[in-house]
Write a protein that binds this ligand. Structure first.
Ligand SMILES: Nc1ncnc2c1ncn2[C@@H]1O[C@H](COP(=O)(O)OP(=O)(O)OP(=O)(O)O)[C@@H](O)[C@H]1O
Length: 838
């Protein structure tokens, strides 16, 4: 239980107020007390000797949680409150709540022109709460991910931004040709509460992307000049940050929290007489006031509910006395909001779109902060008084924030705890029965079975969760960005790299427009870059999103394998943007990955990579590709290496230069992935397919999850890598004049007999390239005269030669047998490729 925290912020006097020497009404004292008096009325009363009992003439005091005096000292306070101070007092607790898994909300409320937008959005020079929070969120993520703790969480941040204009919800992050026609609907989920159907959510990876979206939305927001404010917001804006954190606890249990932060900049209320500009402004103003009045009613009812639950006498009298003739939302106690005292008051959330949408933040599951913005001028005395009264009532509203744990993760916890408890009981009872020699009382087999079932259920759910989490990022993007303007897709498998330009995803009508330029450039620029398989780097680990794969432009030689670092990746990203993309490996380095880059056609966001993700290959990616309809052919690569090869027409420039070649999967040099120890070495069965299927089903992911569900993700990844020799390899070609460089690259993952393998690799001419923490990469490259041979012929010959050398020299009979088997199998398949069933 926690009350809404309320802050009062006074804006400085405007130039005209200062020039006309408006008298001041607000004074901020110690202990966050706000004193309000109207010197103009008091003077008049004194002059005529009136005993003025009018409410507005009485000096008043209000106590709040925070007070932010004006920066020009106009509210007669010793302190002034900068944007930094506001962030420190309000932003930091909000940030902490978000990272603890609580929903949070900051509402800016007040009369038009009092500084709500200034507080929430700020100016370029003085950023407000929203931009500061965007930056702080990613700073926090960097610091949490950077720690050495293996149980550190990984995060997914998604952003949505909408406005409620004339009681209609509009997405501020979507480009519409006719914005007026698009109206989103609010729905209510029984568990998750109200949400906006069809509102886009954008996954962001850094503060710059988040700030870009914020800026984009602010630019699209409805605003107009009014008498009170030259740039008045005509809508309520709701900027939402969804923060999902996932980690594995020390006990090996998954945890996932899903919290959201609403930053709400409400439209300001104003008197109708203040703004006789146009009918449109009049209608806007009326609807703004109506929704703010509904907000007042909700706050009223919630305040009454809180008072009732405390058993105190309802204090609504005070509230209703605040009803005034002016347009600061006069809080009227509607019949629904004034029930009999004995009953819980009805909360009229559905009276307006705003209150329905903020249901969670008002009296629900959220830690909510209200910033009431006021003017110090006597001219705005009545509005200021009403705002302060509203804020005072809001302070009484009680919310019930809870940590938002993922439901299936909660179930896993519950099941695991139950299993542990039952096991302890079981052991205890066996012990006591044995000591009493009362074997008839030993718990039945059924109980053991039940325990087993519960345990496997927990394992199964953990497994699902891991899969979902790793896949989630990509899915989020593919579903949210349902109308991509242009898409480039590249594929990297465990050894070939295939680039495919999917420029034709652009709708035909736009293909000739200037918006097409980046994609066309991308295609033509490809020709200036030589690619070979060595340009792909993998880093290990998986969950925290900092594991990039690199597509890197090279000139002619790839003998020097670059040391991979984040910095380098960033650099190359800036070199190659927007043509290529940086991806991340979410999974095993020897499985394929899917790279996707989308660009919005708006000039402002041309440079922005709004989505870039790598998804592990497997059925999902294949389905995605098929659905996209852009892939000419897709199939599994070597059945022993469950990676995906997507072939497509390479850009013309590539074929001309012969700088790039993708290699049929059949020539995979080893065809062994992490499961090499599973290969049938002794009794090779006659039915090869059967064995292949067996090996496939034991591929990296399955194995890792089945066997290691109780270990942390990182631990299990390392463990699964330690299985056998040569878990992965890549091979590629690049041409340089008349020579072809053939480069074979082996990833050697923390094998138990590392030294032995290192020696072996050295013997057969591989040089070591260490580029990331756990993997050791070896490579060998040879210049082969080109003559008239095709790339494939050279490559196949080279690969077979490599394998034969390995078989001849290997010291390990097990590895030799495995390689011999594969060599034979692959030689056959090379001769008759169609015999391979994928
Ligand atoms: N605390 C402050 N310090 C400096 N300038 C301020 C402050 N508060 C407001 N201002 C300035 O006052 C003007 C009006 O502020 P702003 O647009 O934020 O008001 P608002 O309450 O959002 O108005 P509306 O409801 O009409 O959109 C802006 O020029 C803003 O920069």
């Amino acid at each position: 239980m926690s009350n809404i925290k309320v802050a009062i912020r006074v804006r400085p006097r405007t130039i005209s107020e200062a020039t006309l020497d408006h008298q001041l009404t607000v004074h901020m004292g110690g202990n966050n007390i706000v004193h309000l008096h109207n010197p103009a009325i008091s003077k008049t009363s004194a002059k005529y000797g009136w005993n003025d009992k009018r409410a507005s003439s009485q000096p008043r005091q209000f106590a709040f949680d925070y007070c932010f005096p004006a920066t020009d000292g106009s509210c007669a306070s010793a302190n002034i409150a900068s944007q930094e101070k506001v962030f420190e007092d309000l932003g930091m607790p909000v940030l902490n709540s978000l990272f603890d898994g609580y929903n949070a909300c900051v509402l800016a409320y007040g009369q038009s022109g009092t500084g709500k937008t200034y507080t929430m959005m700020g100016t370029p020079l003085e950023p407000g709460l929203a931009p500061k929070l965007c930056t702080a969120i990613f700073e926090r993520i960097t610091s949490e991910c950077g720690c050495s703790n293996v149980h550190r969480p990984s995060f997914r941040i998604e952003i949505s931004f909408m406005e409620i204009y004339n009681e209609k919800v509009r997405d501020l992050l979507e480009e519409y040709s006719n914005r007026g026609s698009v109206q989103l609907k609010i729905r209510e989920h029984p568990q998750l509460g109200p949400y906006v159907q069809g509102l886009s959510r954008h996954t962001v990876e850094d503060a710059a992307a988040a700030l870009g979206l914020l800026k984009e939305g602010v630019e699209r927001r409805s605003s107009a000049a009014t008498q009170k404010n030259g740039h008045s917001s005509r809508s309520h804006a709701v900027f939402t940050v969804h923060c999902t954190a996932a980690w594995v606890t020390g006990e090996g249990l998954p945890r996932e929290t899903v919290a959201k932060l609403h930053l709400v900049d409400l439209a300001g209320s104003e008197r109708a007489s203040c703004n006789p500009v146009s009918r449109l402004r009049l209608k806007e103003g009326a609807l703004i006031n109506k929704s703010l009045a509904s907000l007042g009613n909700v706050i009223n009812a919630l305040a009454e509910k809180a008072s009732l639950s405390k058993g105190s006498i309802s204090t609504l009298n005070t509230s209703s006395s605040s009803t005034s003739s002016i347009n600061i939302p006069s809080v009227q106690t509607t019949p629904s909001a004034t029930p009999r005292r004995s009953q819980t008051p009805f909360i009229p959330y559905r009276d307006s779109v705003l209150t329905w949408l903020l249901k969670d933040s008002l009296g629900g599951n959220s830690k909510t902060f209200l910033v009431a913005a006021i003017s110090p001028s006597t001219r705005a005395f009545k509005e200021t008084l009403n705002t302060l009264r509203f804020a005072e009532r809001a302070k009484r509203v009680v919310n019930e924030p809870v940590i938002n744990e993922n439901a299936s993760v909660e179930l896993i916890h519950h099941l695991t705890q139950e299993v542990t408890r039952l096991r302890a009981l079981f052991a205890q009872s066996v012990e006591s029965n044995q000591s009493n020699d009362n074997s008839s009382l030993i718990p039945s087999e059924n109980i053991t079975k039940l325990l087993g079932a519960n345990h496997s259920k927990a394992c199964e759910l953990t497994e699902d969760w891991l899969r979902k989490w790793r896949r989630g990022i990509g899915e989020a993007i593919s579903t949210v960005h349902s109308t991509p303007q242009s898409t480039e897709i590249g594929i990297q498998t465990s050894f070939p790299i295939i680039m495919k330009d999917l420029g034709n995803v652009i709708p035909a009508k736009e293909s000739k427009s200037a918006n097409r330029a980046p994609v066309e450039n991308a295609t033509s620029n490809l020709g200036t870059i030589d690619f070979h398989s060595e340009t792909s780097c993998w880093s290990d680990d998986s969950l925290d999103g900092s594991y990039p794969t690199e597509f890197r432009p090279t000139t002619d030689s790839h003998t020097e394998y670059p040391r991979m670092s984040k910095l380098m990746v960033q650099e190359s990203a800036s070199i190659i943007k927007p043509n290529f993309h940086i991806g991340e490996s979410l999974s095993a380095p020897f499985s394929g990955s899917f790279h996707q880059q989308r660009q919005s056609p708006t000039p402002s966001s041309k440079k922005r990579i709004s989505a870039r993700r790598v998804i592990k290959t497997g059925p999902d990616v294949r389905t995605m590709f098929k659905n996209s309809g852009e892939i000419q052919q897709s199939r599994c690569s070597s059945p022993l290496s469950p990676s995906l090869v997507v072939t497509g027409r390479p850009p013309e420039s590539f074929s001309k230069r012969k700088a790039f070649k993708y290699i049929p999967d059949q020539v995979h040099p080893f065809g062994i992935s992490a499961c090499s120890q599973k290969l049938p070495l002794d009794n090779l069965p006659s039915n090869q397919d059967h064995e292949i299927a067996k090996v496939k089903s034991n591929s990296y992911d399955e194995k890792m999850i089945n066997n290691d569900s109780h270990k942390s993700y990182q631990e299990s990844e390392l463990a699964s890598r330690s299985v056998e020799f040569v878990p992965s390899s890549r091979i590629g070609l690049s041409s340089c004049n008349s020579k072809v460089n053939c480069c074979c690259h082996i990833l050697h993952h923390g094998s138990p007999c590392k030294l032995q393998h290192q020696n072996f690799l050295a013997q057969i001419g591989y040089q070591r390239n260490s580029y990331c923490q756990h993997d050791i990469s070896y490579q060998q490259s040879r210049a082969v005269p080109c003559k008239s041979q095709s790339f494939d012929t050279i490559l196949r010959a080279e690969l077979l030669a490599i394998r034969r050398r390995m078989v001849a020299r290997t010291a390990s009979p097990k590895v030799a047998a495995s390689l011999r088997y594969l060599t034979q199998w692959q030689t056959d398949s090379l001769e008759n490729p169609l015999s391979i069933k994928s």
